[in-house]
Design a protein around this ligand. Structure first.
Ligand code: ATP
Ligand code: MN
Ligand code: MN
Length: 302
């Protein structure tokens, strides 16, 4: 990557009508990417990211002083993000109503970056109908030290089991340690059905191969195994959105990949915010065409 000359004055960076202040602030100290670099990344990747990220309640990982300093997970806001970030009122489980954030365009993503956002997490439902989920995610969380090849094998196996049920699924590198298997769904069923399907699917795998899989969050039960994290699929649950950056070493990103492509990938953090041009190019390639889209519904029984 090109090394930027030190700028005497940190001039604000103008992107899609959003003023990015402190563009020279280093957000990823290990590799040197700045807030300006992050804004530039999101501005370029927005056309690929918005089909998955727009019109969906989001939670943000904000690290205003960079990833090495204090970061926080933000679900609600009452207006500090400005006019480009919208609000959707959602009834809370234990009563009351809270405003959740959502964006509709590039300016919305950038307004979040201006507020120190690195990561965008999304609900498995759109703001049009928050009570009827439109995607299911199996988040494969390997125990420390488990080989990535094991994660890939598990993901392919899940894809096959879903295919046996007539369901099309897609693979995404999380940008961290694991792979997410993403199942687009036509809204229709409610959260109870959604969660029940995800839970029973994960449990069936762990019962069939208890030495490889667990469906419970417990760290002890994870020893040498892959936790099939189905808990993303509860009302209010979120998962990292496609093309979101991660607040981890090296500015990695969550990246959709084709199933065949996945065979040759060696880590879940193979791509970073420096790869925007490459990702835009890749998105036009055959394995990526149609990624994340399918009109399908959960079967009645599994
Ligand atoms: P990895 O591949 O490293 O597991 P990941 O994105 O799958 O990457 P996880 O740790 O498995 O990361 O998932 C954490 C999940 O919990 C995310 O989907 C996120 O939406 C959610 N989450 C993260 N931080 C919080 C928080 N403070 N409160 C509530 N939910 C959170
Ligand atoms: Mn995970
Ligand atoms: Mn998880």
């Amino acid at each position: 990557q090109e090394v930027k000359p030190e700028r005497a004055l940190a001039a604000p960076q103008e992107t899609a009508a959003i003023r990015i202040t402190h563009p020279d602030r280093v957000i990823f100290p290990e590799t040197g990417e700045t807030k300006g670099d992050l804004a530039t990344y999101y501005e370029s990747i927005a056309p690929l990211m918005l089909p998955f990220a727009a019109h969906r309640p989001i939670s943000l990982v904000r690290c205003p002083q960079g990833r090495a300093r204090k970061c926080f997970f933000q679900k609600h806001d009452s207006g500090s993000f400005g006019p480009h970030v919208s609000h959707v009122p959602i009834a809370e489980k234990h009563g009351g109503v809270e405003d959740y954030l959502y964006v509709t365009d590039t300016a919305g993503l950038l307004a979040c970056v201006q507020m120190g956002t690195i990561e965008f997490h999304g609900w498995c439902a759109s703001t049009a109908d928050v009570e009827h989920p439109d995607r299911m995610i199996f988040d494969l969380d390997p125990d420390e030290g488990l080989d990535f090849a094991e994660v890939k094998r598990a993901a392919r196996q899940i894809r096959q089991h879903l295919a046996d049920l007539g369901l099309v699924s897609f693979a995404m590198l999380s940008g961290g340690k694991g792979v997410h298997v993403v199942l687009p769904l036509t809204p229709g069923h409610d959260w109870a059905v959604h969660k029940d399907f995800a839970k029973r699917f994960a449990e069936a795998l762990s019962i069939a191969e208890p030495e490889r899989f667990t469906a419970t969050m417990s760290k002890a039960k994870r020893k040498g195994r892959i936790f099939i994290d189905w808990l993303r699929n509860q009302r209010g649950g979120t998962a990292i959105l496609p093309y979101s950056a991660r607040a981890r070493t090296g500015a990695p990103i969550a990246v959709p990949v084709g199933w065949d492509e996945l065979k040759d990938i060696e880590t879940a953090n193979s791509f970073s915010i420096r790869d925007a041009a490459d990702l835009l190019e890749r998105s036009r390639s055959k394995p990526l065409r149609g990624w994340g889209f399918a009109a399908q519904s959960l079967p009645e029984t599994i």
